[in-house]
Design a binder for this molecule. Structure first.
Ligand code: TMP
Length: 222
C-alpha cells in the first residue's frame, strides 16, 4: 500500500487530468475528493474549471451560459468562445502549474466541446484540430469521463439547481435527446480523442465513485 502511494506521487507530478462527463455526473464533487486524497499523499494540486478559471474566461463563461443566448448563438460561435476561454486558462493557469510540477485537475475541457457542440452538429475532428490550436502542447495526459444516463444526470443537476437557487444554464435547458447524444459522444471518445480517456461509472455514492477514480489513477501509466 505504502509502495503504491510513493509510486502515485512520482508518476502523477506535473500531469494534467481532466474530469468530464454529462451534466449532473458529479465532476465537481469528485475533483474535490481527488484533490483531498492527492494532497493527503503530499502531492501539490491545482483545481480549475473550463469555461472560466480566469477573469477573462469567467466573462466568456457568462456569455456562453446565459440562458437567453440559447437560440441566438451559432454552434461555431459556441465552439470558438469555449476555445478562447481555454486558451486563456491554459496560458494563465494550467501550463505554469504543470511546469511547476503540480497536478492540475480541470473540470471539463476540449472533450466537452466534442460532446456538447458535437451533439449540436459540429464535426468532432474539426473540434480537436481547433483545440490543438487553442492549447498547443498543453493537452491532458488523462481524461476521466464520469458516465451516467442522461435522464439521471439531468435529474441530479435539476435537484442541485433547486437546492442552491441557481437557474438552469443554456446547456442544461436543452432537450433530453440532445443530452443522450452528448453521452454517446463521451462514450465514443476513447481511441478518437488524443491522450488517454478512461470511462468511469458515475453511478452510486460519491465514495464509491471516488474509489473508482483512485483505482484508475493508481493503475494508469501517464
Ligand atoms: P459546468 O456547469 O459543468 O461547468 O458546464 C457548463 C455547461 O457548458 C455544461 O452544460 C456543459 C457546457 N459546455 C459545452 O457545451 N461545451 C464546452 O466546451 C464546455 C467546457 C462546457
Amino acid at each position: 500500500m505504502r509502495g503504491a502511494a510513493v509510486n502515485l506521487k512520482d508518476k502523477i507530478a506535473g500531469k494534467f487530468i481532466v474530469f468530464d462527463g454529462p451534466d449532473g455526473s458529479g465532476k465537481g464533487t469528485q475533483i474535490e475528493c481527488a484533490a483531498q486524497a492527492l494532497e493527503a499523499e503530499g502531492i501539490p494540486v491545482v483545481c480549475t474549471r473550463d469555461p472560466g478559471g480566469t477573469a477573462i474566461g469567467d466573462q466568456i463563461r457568462e456569455i456562453l451560459l446565459h440562458k437567453n443566448l440559447l437560440t441566438a448563438m451559432d454552434v461555431r460561435c459556441e465552439v470558438l468562445l469555449f476555445m478562447a476561454s481555454r486558451a486563456q486558462l491554459v496560458s494563465e493557469v494550467i501550463a505554469p502549474a504543470v511546469r511547476a510540477g503540480k497536478v492540475v485537475l480541470c473540470d471539463r475541457f476540449i472533450s466537452s466541446t466534442c460532446a456538447y457542440q458535437g451533439a449540436a452538429g459540429s464535426d468532432v475532428g474539426r473540434i480537436i484540430e481547433l483545440g490543438r490550436f487553442a492549447v498547443g502542447q498543453t493537452w491532458p495526459q488523462l481524461t476521466l469521463v464520469l458516465d451516467l444516463p442522461a435522464d439521471q444526470g439531468l435529474d441530479r443537476a435539476g435537484r442541485r439547481g433547486q437546492a442552491d437557487g441557481a437557474r438552469h444554464d443554456a446547456m442544461e435547458s436543452r432537450p433530453i435527446e440532445f443530452h443522450r447524444r452528448v453521452r454517446d459522444i463521451f462514450l465514443s471518445l476513447p481511441g478518437k480523442y488524443p491522450g488517454r480517456v478512461e470511462i468511469v461509472s458515475g453511478d452510486g455514492t460519491p465514495d464509491e465513485v471516488h474509489g473508482r477514480i483512485m483505482e484508475v489513477l493508481r493503475r494508469v501509466d501517464f
